[in-house]
Design a protein around this ligand. Structure first.
Ligand SMILES: [Zn+2]
Ligand SMILES: [Zn+2]
Length: 340
């Protein structure tokens, strides 16, 4: 029989119903990868609640779009046990956007953990060309941050961060922390963060290299670049306010399907603002993120604050949904040992 793995999977049967179920995943024509670490994020909560645009989800669904693992069986130039990450967006490669390299806008959108079963299960089968080898000295847990980092990196490359500029990140979740860390590669003079929880300050300043952390309102006005990573409509409004005349605003957060922000038209026009949105990541951004991780220039592991076994998935989801007085970075589910 072809390579396969059976075991428990974290399944959203329909919005509001999350269970552990037995699943079997076969390699099919692809490479079989056993997940070791699966990161949870706010988007998983939106999938569970049914808040995401229905065009981007399919139920029942195995969760898990941020993850790393090991190759099960030799194939496609990989050896068993190779540490890898897998591009979650499966581009069709033939539509107009794919041909232009904008694989994030593929007209035949399919993504692990959204429309395809994700990594919080016994295995993932993927085309070998979407599988990326990690260096042996890269902690496998760090690989689980490649997905959110690729989203952030792709967005940052779409704007112009001049050396010496001032950057403000609004939002203190993992995406905000990654944005602060990765923005450093453009050599800005300063990176400030306007967060929501005082407990995040240490994580922001030590793990993400933030120079100046404030709660709710930024310390200053007139930033060259403002990155909205909070995923709320108020954060979008604050971002437009905090940018300097001629500045740039990057919208990274997803505020929820159908929600609107108050657009202060005067601010946008009179301040000559450039506003940019960015969705997901391209194949190129993914490859760059893996390269940065393998070279040691990108070290996201300090952003991981919690690791829980699959059995404790509901504790993990509670941790994510309910802010506590503790610092909270990336929450990982440890999958190893759940398949057979
Ligand atoms: Zn995510
Ligand atoms: Zn396509």
């Amino acid at each position: 029989m072809a390579a396969h793995r059976s075991g428990r999977a974290l399944v959203v049967r329909e919005p509001g119903e999350v269970v552990l179920e037995d699943r079997t995943v076969e390699a099919g024509g692809g490479l079989l990868v056993e997940p070791y670490f699966v990161g949870l994020c706010g988007t998983d909560l939106e999938i569970i609640r049914g808040d995401l645009d229905p065009a981007y989800t399919r139920y029942p669904l195995v969760l898990g779009h941020e993850w790393s693992g090991r190759v099960v069986e030799a194939a496609g130039g990989f050896a068993p046990g190779d540490p890898v990450v897998v591009e979650g967006v499966f581009p069709c490669s033939v539509c107009g956007p794919c041909r232009e390299g904008r694989t994030n806008m593929c007209a035949n959108y399919e993504e692990l953990g959204f429309t395809l079963d994700g990594a919080a299960g016994p295995a993932v089968a993927a085309p070998a060309h979407l599988v990326h080898r990690l260096c042996d000295d890269v902690p496998l847990a760090a690989g689980a941050l490649v997905e959110p980092a690729a989203v952030v990196l792709r967005a940052l490359t779409e704007i112009d961060i001049a050396p010496g500029s001032s950057v403000l990140v609004i939002g203190d979740g993992t995406v905000g922390l990654l944005a602060a860390q990765l923005a450093r590669m453009w050599s800005p003079a300063s990176v400030a963060m306007a967060g929501r929880r005082p407990a995040q300050e240490t994580l922001a300043t030590t793990a993400a290299g933030v120079d100046d952390f404030t709660v709710d309102v930024p310390n200053a006005e007139g930033y060259d670049v403002v990155v909205e990573a909070a995923g709320s409509t108020v954060a979008v409004e604050n971002a437009l306010r905090a940018a300097r005349p001629g500045g740039q605003v990057l919208l990274l957060g997803i505020a929820g399907h159908g929600r609107s922000a108050n657009l202060l038209v005067d601010d946008v026009v009179n301040k000559d603002l450039r506003i940019r949105g960015s969705f997901s990541y391209t194949a190129a951004a993914w490859a760059t993120t893996v390269r940065l991780l393998n070279s040691g220039r990108f070290r996201p592991l300090p952003l991981v604050t919690h690791r829980l076994p699959l059995d404790r998935y509901s504790d993990a989801l509670d941790l994510l949904a309910t802010p506590s007085g503790e610092p909270r970075g990336k929450i990982l589910i440890e999958m190893k040992g759940t398949s057979k």
